[in-house]
Design a protein around this ligand. Structure first.
Ligand SMILES: [Zn+2]
Ligand SMILES: [Zn+2]
Length: 182
C-alpha cells in the first residue's frame, strides 16, 4: 500500500491492512507464520525551512502484530516468536537533510526515515519494524546445548560419540613417541 503525499495533502490516511506470509520479504532466516495485521494513521507534517521552503514529512503511527519463526542461534531448530509492536515514525523526503547529517543523528531524531518520490510504501516500514523486533540471538531454550561442532548432531537429543574420538593431535604425537620408547 502506497501512502501518497498527494492524498495526505487532502486528509490523513487511516489504514488497516493484512499481509499474508510471503507478501513482505523478511529475508532467509525469518519466516512469517500467520498473517501480519497492521493498523494506524499517516499524517502530513509540514516543516517550514526559512520563508519559502516547506518540507512535507510523513508521520506514520500505528501497530503491527504477527507470529514469526526464526532458527535457534545454537541448534537451528525453529523458534516461534510472537511479535507485537507500536511505532511512531517520521519520514522526510530523501535529500532533505543533505549536508546536514549532524542534525539528524541526535536521539530525538533517531526514528527518522526517508521516503522517495510520491510517497511511502507501508510494506517497507512493516518489514523494517518486524525485523527490528527479532532479537539478535534467539535460543530455543536457555540451556540449549546446540550442535556438535564435529558431527553436527543436535546435542539436545542426546550426546554424540565425538568427544571420545576427537583427540588433540599433540597427544597423538606424544603417544607415538611413547610407543617408540617402549
Ligand atoms: Zn536450540
Ligand atoms: Zn559429534
Amino acid at each position: 500500500m502506497l501512502i501518497e503525499i498527494q492524498e495526505l495533502e487532502q486528509h490523513p490516511i487511516d489504514f488497516r491492512e493484512e499481509f499474508s506470509p510471503g507478501v513482505i520479504d523478511l529475508g532467509e532466516d525469518v519466516r512469517q507464520r500467520t498473517p501480519l495485521q497492521s493498523e494506524g494513521r499517516a499524517d502530513l507534517v509540514e516543516e517550514h525551512h526559512g520563508k519559502h521552503q516547506v518540507v512535507r514529512d510523513i508521520r506514520l503511527k500505528g501497530k503491527l502484530e504477527t507470529s514469526l519463526e526464526v532458527p535457534c542461534a545454537r541448534c537451528l531448530d525453529p523458534v516461534v516468536l510472537a511479535v507485537k509492536r507500536n511505532f511512531d515514525l517520521l519520514y522526510r523526503p530523501l535529500g532533505t537533510d543533505a549536508g546536514h547529517e549532524e542534525l539528524s543523528v541526535t536521539d530525538a531524531e533517531a526514528e527518522i526515515g526517508y521516503y522517495q518520490g510520491e510517497g511511502l510504501l507501508l510494506e517497507d516500514t512493516l518489514r523494517e519494524q518486524v525485523l527490528l523486533s527479532v532479537p539478535l540471538k534467539t535460543v530455543c531454550r536457555e540451556d540449549c546445548k546446540g550442535l556438535c561442532p564435529h558431527c553436527g548432531k543436535n546435542l539436545n537429543e542426546g550426546a554424540c560419540s565425538c568427544a571420545d574420538e576427537v583427540e588433540d593431535p599433540r597427544w597423538a604425537a606424544l603417544k607415538e613417541i611413547r610407543g617408540k620408547l617402549e
